[in-house]
Design a protein around this ligand. Structure first.
Ligand code: F6R
Length: 599
């Protein structure tokens, strides 16, 4: 949430910063701003809304600076207005700061700043004034800045990645980090900082991962990293594998569309790696004492976890307890050294999931992270990491990462309790078959008919039983987040216990029906709905049910365990096409951001 960037080198800073910010826009798009060091002065530009507005503002400005910082905001403290946009400055505008994270004790610190005038409602501005206070009456040297910054950071509670530029230093960026991501991109006679790789990939794939409680001074020729005691540190430069073309649209109308199409590769690549992961096999063999499994995640990642719960309980006959990470961290979960905890996170940065992981570790549980971002915070804390291979996911709504997570969990379940001679009736070839089907199937025609039925409704309901209920929950989340239609998923058998009261002759109910065992029971719910005059859209492979539906979306007849993967393609397409039809941008839903690094 929020993205920060910085550049120092031989190029004009403004276009670099704007380009870099545009590639971080998925982290927030409430407002954007930059600060550049121009002839011994700081020039600050801010605009509400997307980066394009800031670009427009800067269109005719001539700025020769080659050093600056930038920010794209997802509002936490303070409404999305210009005054709350970053960068924030101290009283005499001798430095400017951008921040990704959240300062939890900012109110208390603000009170301590007695008569200070505040231009904004943000937590970040408090940091600017605290730093100013520390620097008062001190010579503005690198050492004094670092010492002052450290003293400020020591007083902060919460998460932060800061980048600061001073009018006195024409090519230096000062950085500090705790719990929010920050990378340094290393170039030739130029260096970059960013919250995430896509921002800098155009110029360099050489990256330093700044660690928690480290500080840095970055100039065009040099990168210096300091530990928490401000001792200079050696650092490693790694090469990032992501290619620049992976983060461009390549002819697609939006990233969500591109990423739905990439689902097949994400599933295949992940299954390939996880099903053949000998380390995972050895690990699972060693962990036969496990008596309880917990799964903890947020949003779509949690829905992937629900599918794993279904599979593990079905095949391994072990209880799986699943929690929203935001609940898990506060419910004092009953876990110990015989517990296996799975944390699923595309970004590997989600604050609640990370807090849950830290808690489980402190209770002695063995913690596995499933993530799409190697090097992310989750990978640094977990005992074992199962990577997904979806490639960078740019659209805010998760699509290819979700199916990659399911793919990884299918592999994980296969290894789990293998010694107990449990026959699991799906294999890698079944998954490859689904990938081929995914690549060669287009649902647009039939899905556009569904779009026509639902696009003007206030509410859309989904029902399913067993694993279909989990699929329905994900479908409802995807549709609501990018179309702003109220969507809700119900367990098929639960309708008559209250929710049926919502159904009338204007309603459309989307039924997911892929499991033969619950076929007849789901039909009962369909009858109940139809007798209230509602329309039924059915997603199923059971052709014999066609006549029960007003619109039937035919699914292929694949291994039943893998039907959640199959359902993902038409249901993600439904969300994407409804969003487009309603004139929205599916990639950037209102009020949301991709990496939820705040609680
Ligand atoms: C919805 C969506 C979110 C994320 C959730 C967790 O489409 O993308 O619900 O799944 O915010 O994010 P990660 O997986 O990064 O922890």
């Amino acid at each position: 949430m929020c993205g920060i960037v910085g550049y120092t080198g031989f190029r004009l800073a403004v276009p670099v910063l704007l380009d870099a910010l545009a590639n971080l826009e998925y982290r927030g798009y409430d407002s954007a701003g930059i600060a550049v060091v121009e002839c011994g002065k700081l020039k600050i530009f801010k605009k509400t809304g997307k980066i394009n507005n800031l670009k427009e503002l800067l269109k005719n400005k001539i700025l020769s600076s080659s050093c600056g910082i930038g920010h794209t905001r997802w509002a936490t403290h303070g409404v999305p207005e210009e005054r709350n946009a970053h960068p924030h400055i101290n009283d005499d505008c001798s430095f400017a700061i951008v921040h990704n994270g959240i300062i939890e004790n900012y109110d208390l610190l603000k009170k301590k700043l007695n008569n200070q005038f505040f231009r904004s409602q943000t937590d970040t501005e408090v940091v600017a004034h605290l730093l100013n206070k520390q620097l008062l009456n001190k010579a503005l040297t690198e050492t004094n800045i670092l010492k002052s910054l450290k003293l400020v950071c020591d007083d902060l509670k919460g998460s932060f990645a800061f980048a600061i530029v001073f009018n006195k230093f024409k090519d230096k960026i000062f950085v500090a980090k705790r719990s929010s991501p920050l990378i340094i991109g290393v170039g030739k006679n130029e260096n970059f900082i960013a919250s995430d790789i896509p921002a800098i990939l155009k110029w360099t794939n050489k990256v330093i991962d700044l660690k928690d409680n480290e500080f840095g001074i970055i100039s065009a020729q040099k990168v210096e990293i300091f530990d928490c005691n401000l001792k200079i540190k050696k650092f490693k430069i790694r090469e990032e594998n992501i290619k620049a073309e992976q983060i461009i649209l390549n002819g697609f109308d939006c990233f969500m569309h591109k990423e739905i199409e990439q689902g097949a590769e994400a599933i295949q690549e992940t299954a390939n790696k996880v099903f053949n992961n000998t380390l995972l096999e050895q690990l699972v063999n060693k962990k036969q004492n496990i008596n309880k499994i917990h799964i903890c995640a947020c949003g779509t990642a949690l829905h992937a976890g629900l599918i794993a719960k279904f599979l593990i309980e079905k095949y391994c006959r072990k209880d799986v307890i699943i929690d929203f990470a935001s609940e898990f961290r506060y419910k004092n979960p009953i876990i110990n050294s015989n517990s296996l905890c799975l944390f699923i996170s595309q970004s590997g940065e989600t604050a609640d999931t990370i807090a849950g992981l830290e808690l489980a570790k402190s209770k002695g549980a063995f913690c596995i992270a499933i993530t799409n971002v190697l090097g992310s915070r989750i990978t640094q804390i977990a005992d074992f990491v199962i990577p997904t291979f979806a490639g960078p996911e740019i659209a805010v709504a998760s699509t290819k990462a979700y199916v990659a997570q399911i793919s990884a969990l299918l592999g994980f379940t296969k290894f789990l309790f293998k010694k107990e001679d449990i026959e699991i009736d799906y294999n890698l070839q079944d998954i490859y078959n689904i990938c081929d089907w995914w690549k060669n199937t287009n649902f647009d025609e039939v899905i556009l008919k569904v779009v026509k039925m639902i696009k003007d409704l206030d509410s859309v309901f989904f029902i399913g039983r067993s694993v279909d209920y989990y699929v329905a929950q994900e479908a409802a989340l995807k549709l609501k987040e990018i179309t702003y239609i109220h969507c809700e998923a119900f367990a098929g058998g639960e309708l008559k216990h209250g929710s049926l009261a919502l159904i009338n002759d204007k309603s459309v109910v989307i039924v997911i029906l892929t499991q033969s065992e619950i076929l007849e029971k789901t039909l009962n719910a369909i009858h109940e709905i139809k007798s209230r005059g509602a329309k039924i859209v059915m997603f199923s492979q059971f052709l014999q049910l066609k006549d029960f539906a007003d619109l039937f979306v035919r699914l292929p007849n694949k291994n039943q365990n893998l039907m959640p993967l199959v359902c993902a393609k038409p249901l993600q397409t439904l969300a994407y096409l409804t969003s487009k039809t309603k004139g929205f941008d599916p990639d950037k839903p209102r009020n949301l951001a991709k990496s939820v690094t705040v609680e």
